[in-house]
Design a protein around this ligand. Structure first.
Ligand code: ADP
Ligand code: MG
Length: 403
């Protein structure tokens, strides 16, 4: 993989450099609630601009359905990127249309533009190779060189991630280089005990990684939505909690495999439950009940780990040598369900371990809950991407950056 230094050495002044970034930030209306992903890629953009490139930044945001949808506009990200860079960022109101063409044509050397959401175009995420390729060609017409630095999207076989680098001379940005360096550390030699904490809501996305981690980790702590499929697999009532019923056989296999390999597989012992999902906007008090993990009422759902589990997980983290954490322990967006996630974050900080936090919501949670992000070993900008890397999969967006 070529670095941007090598690209800069070969000459970028006056050239249009397409930077595939991941500016998929959480939004509350037009307010960015966590700008971590923008800050993470800003140095790459600044470096290219300083070297005299005309920098054309592109990203996806959320999951629009292949057509413009104002709630997923990148306009707030353009504004924030400008503030972080300390310079104007021109914003194109489309991705490959008249506005994009005019905005890129107007760029002077060292200037930066952001295109509108890539996913406003069906070609970006299309499963049809020809359709994707056609969109990639439209993108390629806007640039001379390509820099891949959208780590959070490298596991996606999308036009801007996978097809476009094949059409232009390309390099990997500094963020991707850093992220891959850290993940390599987790797959090669790890300081033990190696503790993995998994939670969050995307249960089916995350079960796969356990297969591989069972061969590497010493302890796996489960929280968040995924806990309930495991609890159900163990024969417990989980009420109306998040459940991936079709994954129960897989969960049972994992539990058996963990036992066979001597990997400690730890499930919540108590949980906070409620008959209703909390009000995340008004944040009205949720008044959850605390129950044992094997006594969830049939009409309630588990929304956070309980105090005994918090203490247990803190103890399991205390002597760790390495920790990888992906996925909040509960619905941390509501203060009544944030304590599990807080306890795990604090557990990471209290250990002497090399700590890696992955996942868009997990990374945001750490910052939103008031922790100092610099106190962690590494906060990854990619959840799915880091999990698939740890699963041992080939990531399309990394493969495409190879020479
Ligand atoms: P990440 O982005 O870190 O990979 P996910 O996207 O998988 O994490 O999950 C984050 C979301 O999971 C949060 O919005 C949180 O509210 C939700 N969540 C956590 N625990 C539960 C639970 N028990 N039930 C429902 N949602 C949950
Ligand atoms: Mg998420």
């Amino acid at each position: 993989m070529k670095t941007i230094e090598e690209l800069i050495e070969a000459g970028v002044a006056g050239k249009r450099v397409f930077v595939r970034a991941d500016l998929n930030v959480p939004l509350d209306g037009e307010t960015i609630t966590d700008d971590g992903r923008i800050r993470a890629v800003a140095p790459t953009i600044a470096k290219l601009a300083e070297a005299g490139a005309k920098v054309v930044v592109a990203s996806h945001l959320g999951r629009p359905k292949g057509a413009p949808d104002p709630q997923f506009s990148l306009a707030p990200a353009a504004k924030r990127l400008g503030e972080i860079l300390g310079k104007d960022v021109a914003f194109a109101t489309d991705t490959v249309g008249d506005s994009a063409v005019a905005t890129v044509a107007a760029l002077g050397d060292g200037e930066v533009a952001l295109l509108e959401n890539l996913r406003f175009n069906a070609g970006e995420t299309s499963k049809d190779d020809a359709e994707r390729r056609a969109f990639a060609e439209q993108l390629a017409a806007l640039a001379d060189l390509y820099v891949g630095d959208g780590f959070g999207a490298v596991h996606r076989k999308h036009a801007s991630v996978f097809d476009l680098p094949g059409l232009l001379p390309h390099a990997a940005g500094d963020l991707i280089a850093t992220e891959v360096g850290v993940l390599k550390k987790l797959t090669d030699e790890v300081r033990r005990p190696y503790v993995v904490v998994l939670g969050g809501a995307k249960v089916s996305d995350k079960l796969g990684v356990i297969d591989n981690l069972l061969k590497k980790a010493d302890r796996i702590l489960i929280g968040g939505g995924m806990a309930y499929t495991f609890l159900k697999a163990k024969g417990h009532e989980v009420g109306i909690s998040l459940l991936q019923a079709d994954q129960i056989p897989v969960c049972l296999e994992y539990l058996a495999e963990a036992e066979k390999r001597g990997v400690e597989f730890v499930l919540p012992v108590d949980v906070l439950v409620s008959a209703e999902f909390p009000d995340l906007k008004g944040k009205t008090p949720a008044n959850p009940d605390l129950v044992a993990a094997d006594a969830i009422p049939a009409d309630k759902e588990g929304l956070d780990i309980g105090p005994k589990t918090r203490e247990l997980y803190a103890a399991k983290l205390a002597d760790a040598g390495t920790v990888f954490w992906n996925g909040p322990m509960g619905v941390f967006e509501h203060p009544d369900y944030a304590n599990g996630t807080k306890a795990v974050a604090q557990g990471l900080l209290d250990s002497d371990a090399f700590t890696v936090v992955g996942g868009g919501d997990s990374a945001a949670a750490v910052r939103i809950l008031g922790f100092d992000e610099n106190a962690f070993g590494h906060i990854s900008t990619g959840g799915g991407a880091s999990l698939e890397y740890l699963e041992g999969k080939t990531l399309p967006g990394l493969a495409a950056l190879e020479d």
